[in-house]
Design a protein around this ligand. Structure first.
Ligand code: CA
Length: 659
C-alpha cells in the first residue's frame, strides 16, 4: 500500500526577560493543554523542543508539568530535540559557546529521561560551519526548512527525505521541514492536512513529510486557542493522524534507525523564506515584497520561488546598529570569561536571540528584551577588573572609548558626535542608553485590507496573513530619526524653534556636530573630546565644541565649552536619550537647573544637574513596529535636551547621578 512517513515536531520558546504574565498565558493557552491532550493519545508521537528560559520558568512555576514531560518521554511519546539552552542563533555565537549552550540543554534532556541526538535550529539560521560544532557535542541530525534545500537547487519533489551535509570532513543529517505543512497546521481544517499527507503517499517506504514549527501556533497566536482546543482541532488531528492507514507516524530517531539519508547536499547560509524578507534593510525589503507580489500576480511565484532570495539573518546587525553593538559587546565579554563559570553563565543568557532581530514579533523593538540582554552582559563584565580602553568594539573600523570604574561602564563613539552610546550601571545592571531610534520599516506601507484570498479561506488566519492599516492617532505622532540616539549629542537650534518641530523631526539642525567626528585624548579616567565644526545659517560660522567627560562613583560629569568665531544668537542643546520605557512620558517644556527621571520598572531614578539655567525639552521616543497582535507604538526611551542660549561662548557642566 502507498504510504507516507510523517514526523511531527513542535518548538516551544519564550524569550529570557519576557513578562511573567506572558509565560503564564502561553502556558495556559498552549503548552499545558497541548500536552494534556497528547496524554490522551498514547499512539501519538511528538518531537519536542523546549527552550531553556521556558523550562526554567516552568520548573519554578509549574513543576508538575516537568513530571508530565518525563512521563510522556517514558511512554515513548516524546523525542526531545535540543538547541542552545538560552535559544541563541547558533551561527551568531562563538563555537565555544555553541558547545556550552547545546550541552546544557542536552543535560536537561537527560533529566527528562532522553539522550538527545537532534537539534532544532533556532530560527533555522544555517551556516555550513555549524556542522563541526554540532558533531563536537554528539548531534546527529538537525532540522531546517525545505527552503534551505531549494536555495541549494533541489526541487520540492526531492525534499521528502533527509540528506547528509558535510563541512571540514564532518557530517550531519539534515531534515527538511515542509513549508506547506507549516501553513496548513494548525490553521486549516484537519481534513486538509490529511488530504495533503495522503497525496504525498507513494511506494517509497522512506519518503517522509516533516512538520516542525512553533508550539505557540497551538493556542497563543491570535484566534488559535479557540480553534485548536475549543473547536477540537488538536484532538481531531491526533486522532486522525494515529488512525490513518496511509500515514506512518514516527520520530526523527525512529526514521534514522530504519532508513539512510538520501545523499549528500550542501546548504547555503539561509533561514526560512520569510526571514529572507525581514533581514533585508527596509528599502530593499519593500522591493523584495513587491517582487514577490509581482511573481504571484503573474502566477510565476510557485515555479520560480526557489530562485527568490532576500537577505541573511546576520545582517540584522547591519540593519539595526543597536543590535550590532549589543551583539559585539556580548562577543567582547564572551571571549574573556570562558574560564569563569558564573560570568560565563550570564554571557550565555545574553545570547538569547529574540532581542537581536525583528520579524513578525517585536524582537529588537521590545525594550524589556533588550534590557535583559544588557543586564546579562553587564553582570558578566562585573566579574572583570575595571579598565579604561580604546578599541573598535563593533568592528566598523572606528575606535570606541570605554571608560569603566567599579560602578559604571561608559562607551563613547568619538566618530559619532563624541557621544556616549552605552552608559551601564553595574549596580542596577541597566544600560541607560539602550534606546532604539525611530526607523521606517517596509511594512509601514503595508496594504490596508486583508487580501480576498484570505477572506475565502477556511480555518483561522496565520499571522502572516493579517492585513492592517496604521491608525490615524499613531500616524500623526510618527516620525523617523536621522540620528542614532545617544547621551551628550550636541545640537545648534534657532531660538524660536518649537518642541513639536524638534520631536517630530521637522526642525532645522544648524550645527554639524551630532553625527560628526570629534577628536579626543584619554587621560586617566577622563576623556576630552572636541570638534571644530560650524553653524550653517546664511554663511558658515566656525564653532568649536569641547567636552570633558569623567566617570564618577554615581554617574558622570561633563564639562562643556562652546565657542563661536563670530557672535550669533542661537541655542546650544545637549541631548540625553535615556532608556525610560516603564513610565509613559508626554512631551514637556520646562526651565530648571536640575531634574529627576523616575522609571521604577525600568532604569529607576536618575538626577540630571547643570550649573547654568537651561530650557529643557523632553519627549518620548516612540517606534512603530508590527507584532503578532497588530501595531506596537512603543516608548523606547525619553529624550531630554538642555538648551543654553549662546552668542559667543559658554561654559557649563552637566552631571548625571544615579539615585
Ligand atoms: Ca567601532
Amino acid at each position: 500500500m502507498e504510504k507516507i512517513n510523517f514526523i511531527f515536531g513542535i518548538h516551544n520558546h519564550q524569550p529570557l526577560g519576557n513578562f511573567g504574565w506572558v509565560f503564564e498565558e502561553a502556558y495556559n493557552r498552549s503548552y499545558r493543554p497541548f500536552m494534556e491532550i497528547l496524554e490522551e493519545f498514547p499512539q501519538m508521537k511528538v518531537n519536542l523542543h523546549f527552550s531553556g528560559p521556558l523550562l526554567e520558568w516552568i520548573e519554578e512555576n509549574r513543576p508538575e508539568y516537568i513530571d508530565l514531560l518525563r512521563s510522556l518521554v517514558r511512554r515513548g511519546q516524546l523525542e526531545i530535540v535540543v538547541a542552545g539552552f538560552y535559544e541563541p542563533v547558533l551561527a551568531a555565537i562563538p563555537k565555544e559557546d555553541r558547545i556550552a549552550q547545546i550541552e546544557m540543554l542536552k543535560e536537561y534532556a537527560r533529566k527528562l529521561g532522553f539522550e538527545a541526538k537532534g537539534v532544532w535550529l533556532t530560527e533555522r539560521v544555517w551556516q555550513p560551519e555549524l556542522v563541526k560544532s554540532l558533531k563536537e557535542v554528539g548531534i546527529e541530525y538537525v532540522v531546517v526548512d525545505d527552503y534551505h534545500f531549494m536555495s541549494a537547487g533541489l526541487s520540492k519533489e526531492e525534499l521528502f527525505w533527509p540528506y547528509y551535509t558535510e563541512d571540514g570532513g564532518e557530517v550531519v543529517t539534515v531534515f527538511p521541514i515542509d513549508e506547506k505543512l507549516r501553513y496548513l497546521i494548525p490553521f486549516r481544517p484537519v481534513e486538509k492536512v490529511i488530504e495533503y499527507l495522503e497525496g504525498l503517499a507513494d511506494n517509497d517506504p522512506s519518503k517522509v513529510a516533516v512538520f516542525h514549527d512553533d508550539g505557540e501556533k497551538f493556542g497563543v497566536w491570535p484566534g488559535t486557542h479557540e480553534w485548536v482546543y475549543e473547536k477540537g482541532w488538536l484532538r481531531k488531528f491526533f486522532d486522525e493522524i494515529t488512525s490513518n492507514e496511509k500515514i506512518n507516524l514516527m520520530t526523527y530517531t525512529e526514521y534514522l534507525g530504519k532508513f539512510t539519508p538520501r545523499g549528500l547536499v550542501y546548504l547555503p547560509i539561509a533561514s526560512y523564506f520569510e526571514m529572507s524578507e525581514w533581514s533585508l534593510p527596509a528599502k530593499q525589503a519593500k522591493l523584495f515584497v513587491e517582487f514577490v507580489e509581482q511573481l504571484k500576480e503573474e502566477g510565476k511565484f510557485e515555479k520560480y520561488r526557489v530562485f527568490v532570495r532576500g537577505g541573511i539573518w546576520k545582517n540584522f546587525f547591519f540593519k539595526y546598529p543597536e543590535s550590532n553593538f549589543m551583539h559585539k559587546r556580548m562577543l567582547m565579554i564572551s571571549k574573556v570569561v570562558r574560564e569563569n563559570p558564573e560570568a560565563r553563565h550570564y554571557i550565555l543568557k545574553a545570547q538569547c536571540n529574540d532581542a537581536y532581530w525583528h520579524g513578525v514579533f517585536g524582537g529588537v523593538y521590545l525594550p524589556h528584551l533588550r534590557r535583559t540582554v544588557w543586564e546579562n552582559i553587564i553582570k558578566a563584565q562585573s566579574y572583570l577588573n575595571p579598565e579604561n580602553k580604546v578599541l573598535d568594539i563593533d568592528f566598523d573600523g572606528r575606535k570606541e572609548i570605554m571608560l569603566e570604574n567599579d560602578n559604571f561602564i561608559a562607551t563613547l563613539k568619538p566618530h559619532y558626535g563624541g557621544s556616549i552610546f552605552e552608559l551601564s550601571s553595574k549596580k542596577k545592571a541597566v544600560n541607560y542608553n539602550d534606546v532604539l531610534p525611530r526607523r521606517w520599516e517596509h511594512y509601514h506601507e503595508a496594504p490596508e485590507a486583508t487580501t480576498p484570498e484570505e477572506k475565502n479561506k477556511e480555518g483561522v488566519a496565520s499571522i502572516h496573513e493579517l492585513g492592517k492599516a496604521i491608525p490615524e492617532e499613531i500616524k500623526k505622532e510618527l516620525a523617523y530619526d536621522w540620528q542614532l540616539r545617544a547621551i551628550l549629542q550636541d545640537h545648534f537650534i534657532k531660538p524660536e524653534e518649537t518642541l513639536d518641530n524638534y520631536r517630530l523631526v521637522k526642525y532645522h539642525e544648524f550645527g554639524d556636530f551630532v553625527n560628526q567626528p570629534y577628536e579626543y585624548i584619554l587621560k586617566g579616567n577622563k576623556v576630552k573630546l572636541w570638534r571644530n565644526g560650524g553653524i550653517y545659517g546664511k554663511e558658515k560660522i566656525p564653532a568649536t565644541v569641547e567636552k570633558e567627560i569623567e566617570l564618577s562613583e554615581e554617574g558622570f560629569v561633563a564639562h562643556y565649552r562652546v565657542s563661536l568665531e563670530k557672535p550669533f544668537k542661537i541655542l546650544f542643546g545637549v541631548e540625553l536619550n535615556l532608556a525610560v520605557h516603564g513610565v509613559m512620558e508626554t512631551p514637556g517644556n520646562f526651565e530648571e537647573k536640575e531634574f529627576e527621571v523616575n522609571d521604577p520598572y525600568g532604569v529607576g531614578r536618575v538626577k540630571i544637574e547643570t550649573d547654568k539655567q537651561a530650557k529643557i525639552w523632553k519627549f518620548p521616543i516612540k517606534t512603530l513596529s508590527q507584532s503578532e497582535a497588530g501595531w506596537d507604538f512603543i516608548q523606547q526611551g525619553v529624550s531630554y535636551t538642555l538648551l543654553f542660549p549662546i552668542e559667543k561662548e559658554i561654559k557649563f557642566k552637566i552631571k548625571f547621578k544615579e539615585l
